[in-house]
Design a binder for this molecule. Structure first.
Ligand code: GUN
Ligand code: FE
Length: 417
């Protein structure tokens, strides 16, 4: 298959690779080459021409709560602890009803793909049946990623609190059933320190080792959460150590949502395991009120991806978070100039594509050898001002919408919605 378009992807953290008016050759679901003309041996291959549409890699959302999809854009005037108790937990409790869950999860998965996200780390709820449906649905749709059955056994309304042994048993069944999946696999998901006892976290650590499964959680998310972590786990010097001590960090990818108030110990432990921190800019603005030290952490070699964090964040398109991440980095530099710097748009795009795509088997790029999960965006230039391809990508992240995505490809195949 050959596609003609303007082609943009991350060359490295600081630079975009831009191939205007080029041909991309895709074979066996992967990019073979990008060329300025069609080579002789491909003269008869099927060609799709997008004119001056821009071909970019599909996005990765490293932190999103599927059950909260129905809450997006609502009750955004609360802060984390109240927001969980008044808005989020009551919604999550409704996923005890599998029929309700199906309706919501079908819409969630469809909207995620429509918005250009093809790889994701997703939280379900404590409910096995509903979370299994979510994982199966994502797997069937070809989304590469992880889904977690959430674990929580303290500090929430009664119908969201699990019996510890049952929580571990249900989680083991979930891992057992889906660990060899092709696209969407299970991941351990202790909600965050205030929600889990040491006994529960240690039990999950044993499962992580047995099934070689990674973990996602919320880490040093707010000052309140970081303080709770210290009170509830006094034996640990920092939030991240709670999980390290249980052996939860050396079995697979570790994805720590937010990471806004890390201590030096948190940073050291995350780097030791080559873990990902996830910036969720909308969530940060709405219910957390803290800003990640994105530039400084990147400069220290930390891996950082972006998350929509539905519904603490309100927009399912993670591309919007690339723009917001640039905006927030300027506020961070302005209010806390020591050791903080603004980030560039290429750095933000890198986080949303190539950096996070490494978690999903070589997605997030269009360089030869990459999995061809890609989008064609269009309709963003003005009649009076034609933009360069990289400007179209930037504008898409600021003011684009799913209607600007004219085509989607997954594993080299065109997707119809
Ligand atoms: N901390 C614990 N649970 C949650 C959640 O559902 N969303 C966010 N943003 N933070 C959390
Ligand atoms: Fe979250």
């Amino acid at each position: 298959m050959i596609i003609h378009a303007d082609i943009v992807f991350s060359e490295d953290r600081e630079h975009l690779a831009v191939h205007p008016d080029s041909y991309i050759i895709v074979e066996h679901g992967k990019v073979k080459a990008i060329l300025p003309v069609i080579p002789e041996e491909y003269k008869n291959a099927p060609l799709t021409d997008y004119g001056d549409g821009v071909l970019i890699p599909a996005f990765s959302d490293l932190h999103v709560h599927a059950p909260q999809y129905l809450n997006r854009g609502l009750e955004m005037d609360l802060l984390l602890s109240d927001w969980l108790d008044k808005c989020t937990f009551p919604m999550e409790a409704r996923y005890a009803d599998p029929e309700f869950a199906k309706l919501a999860y079908d819409a969630f998965v469809d909207d995620m793909i429509a918005n250009g996200t093809m790889h994701a780390c997703v939280y379900g709820t404590i409910h096995s049946e509903a979370t299994s449906y979510l994982l199966e649905r994502m797997d069937k749709k070809g989304i590469k990623g992880y889904v977690g059955k959430v674990n929580m056994n303290r500090n929430a309304q009664a119908d969201l609190l699990e019996d510890t042994a049952e929580s571990i048993r249900d989680t083991e069944e979930f891992l057992e059933r889906y660990s060899s999946n092709r696209n969407t696999r299970p991941i351990l998901t202790p909600r965050f320190a205030p929600s889990c006892t040491r006994e529960l976290i240690n039990g999950l650590g044993r499962l992580g080792k047995k099934y070689q499964t990674g973990m996602q959680t919320h880490l040093v998310e707010s000052l309140w959460e970081a303080e709770q972590a210290k009170i509830l786990f006094p034996e640990c010097s920092c939030d991240t150590e709670i999980y390290e001590r249980a052996g939860l960090m050396d079995n697979g990818p570790v994805i720590g949502g937010h990471f806004i108030f890390p201590s030096e110990d948190d940073i050291r432990i995350m780097q030791k395991y080559d873990s990902y921190a996830v910036q969720c800019p909308d969530a940060t603005i709405s219910i957390i009120a803290g800003i990640m030290q994105t530039g400084a952490l990147m400069d220290r070699g930390m891996k950082i991806g972006l998350g929509s964090d539905i519904s603490a964040g309100h927009h399912i398109g993670v591309y919007t978070q690339a723009a917001r991440s640039v905006q927030l980095s300027k506020l961070k530099q302005f209010y806390e100039p020591d050791n903080n710097r603004k980030i560039t748009f290429p750095e933000a795009f890198w986080m949303a594509t190539k950096q996070s795509g490494q978690l999903f088997g070589g997605t997030g790029s269009l360089e030869p050898g990459s999995v061809f999960d890609a989008l064609v965006i269009d309709g963003l230039s003005d009649a009076a001002r034609k933009l360069a391809p990289e400007q179209i990508v930037e504008r898409f992240c600021y003011i684009g919408a799913k209607d600007n995505i004219k085509a989607r490809y997954m594993n080299g195949e065109a997707l119809s919605l």
